[in-house]
Write a protein that binds this ligand. Structure first.
Ligand code: NAP
Ligand code: GDD
Length: 341
């Protein structure tokens, strides 16, 4: 029986939450995976340490390259060398609150960075499919439910940058016939979520409060509503989007929304704690303009990609609390961090 040739994928942002899960998924599917990492003075590869292979490993299928999204020439050189079948653009300054403090940097990396990558694909003359990590943050002030036809009204420099990346992707599809797709993903979380996003900030605090290491949790707007899903399921949707014959854009969401306050209730309750005894308001976490409610309608992804969410709100919060409690116990015991984080 003849074997299909091995597929090759490039992932920008491989050291992030989604990049690490996507790398696992593609390796399981037999891909050769090239991850782009940025230079840091300290280790920034914790989320992929468990799948890392030394350069000396015979037949290794995960290769890392130093390429920053601000460096268009490095992108062209990398694409020429690797000749990927699929490119997943997940790299971004992805924190909405931070984007108000660093609007130009966010515009450069999160917005222009997407265009740099698309143009690098064109300049290197590589025939590849490309996935752009678009965001529900693009809908901003437009009331829910939001789907692929909902108008954008971004409320942050991050949201504006993502709208730019979205339209650049559509434009390269229309202008150059590129197989370029936008995944419009609503919030998705996991034990690997960055510690300054609200869900992880809460579940980490729950673990520390339960262990007696912290006695207060300061948060901003408790009334914001988000459609929170489970990250490992969302990277499966990204992959499915690149397996279609015709490029298109898809919303990925659970269709269920809850407030930050509700997330606090469920997360503290999972550890037998009453959230109202510990959570306090700090206006410094408020945003100059807020996105009040995001609720996604993912029926197109369900009908055309066969993708449906499994883990919902309460289960997600419990998974994250359990993982943070385990991580803390391991740290205290000197065992170190779980390898699958
Ligand atoms: P994340 O954990 O913040 O990861 C972002 C990744 O981008 C990290 O690997 C980071 O590297 C890398 N990066 C940042 N600046 C870079 C630069 N200048 N050059 C190269 N790489 C750079 O984000 P995530 O949650 O995995 O999200 C993945 C993508 O989906 C992002 O584009 C995000 O905006 C988008 N998105 C996320 C969600 C969500 O709910 N998670 C929803 C919709 C869209 P370091 O590790 O070195 O920092
Ligand atoms: N981060 C944070 N920290 N958010 C807080 C806090 C706090 O202390 N207190 C309240 N919030 C509220 C924010 O105001 C926001 O309404 C909500 O919690 C969620 O904030 P984040 O977890 O930071 O996520 P986000 O919705 O702003 O952005 C995330 O989802 C987008 C998709 O909709 C990020 O992952 C983006 O990269 C992504 O595109």
């Amino acid at each position: 029986m003849s074997q299909l040739p091995r597929k090759t994928a490039v992932i920008t942002g491989i050291t992030g939450q989604d990049g690490s899960y996507l790398a696992e998924l593609l390796l399981e599917k037999g891909y050769e995976v090239h991850g782009l990492i940025r230079r840091s003075s300290s280790f920034n590869t914790e989320r992929i340490d468990h799948i890392y292979e030394d350069p000396q490993t015979v037949g290794r299928r995960l290769k890392l390259h130093y390429v920053d999204l601000s460096d268009g020439v490095a992108l062209v050189n990398l694409l020429r060398e690797v000749q990927p079948d699929e490119v997943y653009n997940l790299a971004a300054q992805s924190h909405v609150r931070v984007s108000f403090e660093m609007p130009l940097y966010t515009g450069d990396v999160t917005g222009l960075g997407s265009l740099r990558l698309l143009e690098a694909i064109r300049a290197s003359d590589v025939r590849t499919k490309v996935y752009q990590a678009s965001s529900s943050e693009m809908f901003g002030a437009t009331p829910p439910p939001q789907n692929e036809k909902t108008p954008f009204h971004p409320r942050s420099p991050y949201g504006c940058a993502k709208v730019f990346g979205y339209w650049a992707t559509v434009n390269y599809r229309e202008a150059y016939g590129m197989h370029a797709v936008n995944g419009i993903l609503f919030n998705h979380e996991s034990p690997r979520r960055g510690e300054t996003f609200v869900t992880r900030k809460i579940t980490r605090a729950v673990a520390r409060i339960q262990a007696g290491l912290q006695d207060r949790l300061y948060l901003g707007n408790l009334e914001a509503r988000r459609d929170w899903g489970y990250a490992p399921e969302y990277v499966e949707a990204m992959w499915r989007m690149l397996q279609t014959d015709t490029p298109d854009d898809y919303v990925v969401a659970t269709g269920e929304a809850h407030t930050v306050r509700e997330f606090c209730e469920v997360a503290f309750d999972a550890a037998g704690l009453d959230w109202s005894e510990y959570v306090r308001y700090d206006p410094s976490y408020d945003r100059p303009s807020e996105v009040d409610a995001l609720i996604g309608d993912a029926s197109k992804a369900s009908e055309q990609l066969g993708w449906t969410p499994q883990a919902k709100f309460a289960e997600l919060a419990r998974i994250m609390v359990a993982a943070d409690i385990e991580q803390l116990e391991n740290q205290v015991a000197g065992v170190g961090v779980r390898v699958d984080r």
